[in-house]
Design a protein around this ligand. Structure first.
Ligand code: BJW
Ligand code: ZN
Length: 237
């Protein structure tokens, strides 16, 4: 393992263009639950109820109660050593992009600049009637919240069956094609199209996977480093 970390660090040092793809595991050490690993949301709750447009239409209050609880958890959390290592990597790299599936905003709070958010933001709300989208960091007490126009607000995230934000996956694909190193950290690689970036990366870049568990793509990457992102990402600098 040590020799793989050393080899990966050397490859990172020599890279001209670095792309990072992150998932919920990167925020786990900030105390934020993942979806599919131990203690993950989908182990006790149905994604159909909480993360689909149909679930929201059936019971917007239930969905909003879950998001509001998560918003409070994220507001009370702080970025961890993994988030900060990626900020440092961006400063050192010639070309750098951070593609994230996370909606918590912790990469931006840590100081990452070129962030491509594939699944939206828990801090954005959108009106179902007038379509206005805005940042909202307040505690929402009356759920579901409503817009000034009287319409119902929804969380500005991407649910199953919904399109990703305009141009997001296209930008991500372009960045991956230009990269010579792609770091994939803290994702189960089960959700598409995000996961499809990993085999795409393996076609033209060296890929470093960081995850305590194996994924479907662990065999296809150059270095699959078993460990946590707060521990391993700083060691790649
Ligand atoms: C650590 C760690 C530590 C723990 N350090 N690691 C192709 C094939 C099959 C299906 C599809 C397909 N294309 C599209 C689909 C449908 C669907 C999909 O992918 N389904 C599959 C599940 C089968 N995709 C969609 O619907 C997407 N839209 C789309 O494709 O539009 C076009 C289209 C529409 C309809 C039909 C076809 C095409 C949208 C996906 C939206 C995902 N939304 C969610 C919730 C909303 C955001 C939110 O509220 O947060 O996004 S689901 C949830 O999963 C969330 C995450 O962003 C996403 C990914 O999860 P992630 O980040 O990988 O977390 P986990 O928990 O799965 O994994 C954590 C990992 O960390 C684990 O591996 C741990 O081991 C590890 N870990 N601690 C490092 N300390
Ligand atoms: Zn409105």
């Amino acid at each position: 393992m040590q020799s793989s970390v050393d080899a990966a660090r050397e490859a990172v040092r020599q890279a001209r263009s670095i792309v990072v793809l992150t998932g919920a595991g990167v925020s786990a050490e900030s105390g934020i639950p993942t979806f599919r690993s131990n203690g993950g949301y989908w182990q006790t709750q149905r994604f159909q109820d909480l993360a689909t447009p149909e679930g929201f239409a059936r019971d917007p209050k239930l969905v909003w109660t879950w998001y509001e609880e998560r918003r409070r958890g994220v507001a009370a959390a702080n970025p961890n050593a993994g988030h900060y290592a990626l900020v440092e990597l961006e400063k050192r790299a010639g070309r750098f992009a951070l593609i994230t599936q996370n909606v918590d905003g912790l990469h931006e709070r840590a100081g990452s600049k070129n962030v491509i958010r594939l699944h939206g933001s828990i801090w954005v709300v959108r009106c179902l009637t007038c379509g206005v989208e805005q940042m909202n960091y307040e505690e929402l007490n009356d759920l579901p919240p409503s817009c000034e126009c009287g319409g119902m607000l929804r969380p500005g995230v991407v649910w199953f069956g919904e399109q990703l934000p305009d141009g997001a996956i296209e930008r991500a694909v372009d960045e991956v094609k230009l990269a010579d190193i792609v770091i994939v950290a803290g994702t189960s690689a089960r959700v598409y199209p995000a996961a499809s970036l990993i085999p795409l990366a393996a076609q033209s870049a060296r890929v470093i996977e960081i995850n305590p568990e194996a994924t479907d793509y662990s065999e296809d990457v150059t270095w699959s480093l078993r460990g946590t992102s707060a521990n391993i990402l700083p060691r790649l600098l």
